[in-house]
Ligand binder design. Structure first.
Ligand code: A2P
Length: 336
């Protein structure tokens, strides 16, 4: 069997560290791993698959030695500069940033949803936004069965999605509340502790945030429904990890609720937890550390024809980033 070579860019970040764990769990036929980050962490020693590795500084010649895959989680600017270099040296780039997601020539892939798009890559494949990935896994199942007419997203997003600085703002806010320790915000415009901030990524001219526009545009691209009416309100909440979402959908076709729930249960990558009487529904703390998308509170929206509400939770650093990217790599390995 062929052995592959993989470079992980941003290996010291929140997503990069989780990607190292997911790689250990997946145990893919990869014979060479290289871990790259900024000059700040160059030389740092890490343990991976029982061996010691040294973090290397990302430079223009980092990909000269030849890689099959380069997985990027080091922010948009780093991706814009270095992804084309990695691709030009023969690697297939799986990029976690938003730099290339809406490019016509770049597939935007969730393996349970549109694996067929992978083969159309020209060296770069984009990993969608974390909140979009977890939503489209169940939505694809429902779109295939009942044809979606409209989607309304309301998200409750964890601070880990804002990287190390986001996590520090919540930790410091808790420390101030408990111990009176003053702190400066590193990431958010307001304290995230004890607040919900409807302000993720930057403000757009439309009055939406970039995160909301990403959810709208990426959903349309992944589901191959370019004109689908979609709207979103994205909110950062004081939760360390795993995003929760309330999803309201209208379908063109009628549905039987039991059949709809069964279709979700039978689908790859979805775990249904749907027993309100017993207080069973997806929780951020339960989803953390897992690769699946959790779905519950599945009920009719009686205010419209063929309407549905459900609650959707996933580990935003795993399925929303590291796991999804590495599932793309795994799919390519398994399908040559
Ligand atoms: P470093 O740890 O050396 O700063 P997070 O999203 O958790 O903040 O992590 C961002 C990741 O991207 C880290 O691994 C970080 O490395 C890496 N990174 C940030 N800027 C650069 C850059 N200019 N070149 C290479 N890696 C970068």
């Amino acid at each position: 069997m062929k052995e592959y070579r993989l470079a992980l860019v941003g290996a010291t970040g929140v997503v990069g560290r989780e990607a190292r764990k997911v790689l250990e769990e997946m145990n893919l036929p990869i014979s060479k791993y290289v871990f790259l980050a900024s000059s700040r962490s160059a030389g740092t020693k890490i343990e991976f698959m029982g061996k010691e590795y040294e973090i290397q500084e990302l430079k223009e010649d980092s990909f000269d030695e030849g890689f099959d895959f380069a997985v990027f989680s080091a922010g948009g600017e780093t991706s814009k500069k270095f992804s084309p270099i990695a691709a030009s040296k023969g690697a297939v780039v799986v990029d976690n940033s938003s730099a290339f997601r809406m490019d016509k020539d770049v597939p935007l892939v969730v393996p349970e949803v549109n694996p067929q798009a992978i083969s159309q890559n020209h060296g770069i494949i984009a990993n969608p936004n974390c909140s979009t990935i977890q939503a489209v896994v169940p939505l694809k199942v429902l779109d295939d069965k009942y044809k979606i007419k409209r989607i309304v997203y309301s998200t409750y997003q964890a601070v880990s999605g804002a990287g190390k600085a986001g996590i520090e703002d919540l930790e410091n806010g808790i420390d101030e509340y408990s111990n009176g320790v003053n702190y400066d915000l590193h990431k958010f415009a307001h304290p995230i502790f004890n607040n919900c901030l409807p302000d993720i990524d930057i403000a757009m001219e439309s009055g939406y945030t970039k995160e909301e526009e990403k959810m709208i545009n990426e959903t349309r691209k992944i589901l191959e429904r370019p004109n689908l009416p979609v709207t979103a309100t994205c909110v950062r909440v004081p939760v360390f990890n795993s995003h929760s979402e309330s999803i309201n959908v209208e379908f063109e076709n009628e549905f039987d609720l039991d059949e709809l729930i069964k279709a979700l249960k039978d689908s790859e990558g979805i775990i249904v937890e749907n027993n309100l009487e017993n207080h069973e529904y997806p929780l951020a703390t339960n989803a953390t550390g897992h690769n699946e998308v959790y779905v519950g509170r599945i009920r009719r929206d009686f205010s419209v024809k063929n309407g549905l509400n459900f609650w959707c939770v996933a580990d935003n650093i795993r399925k929303g980033a590291a796991t999804n990217a590495l599932q793309i790599v795994k799919y390519m390995i398994e399908n040559n």
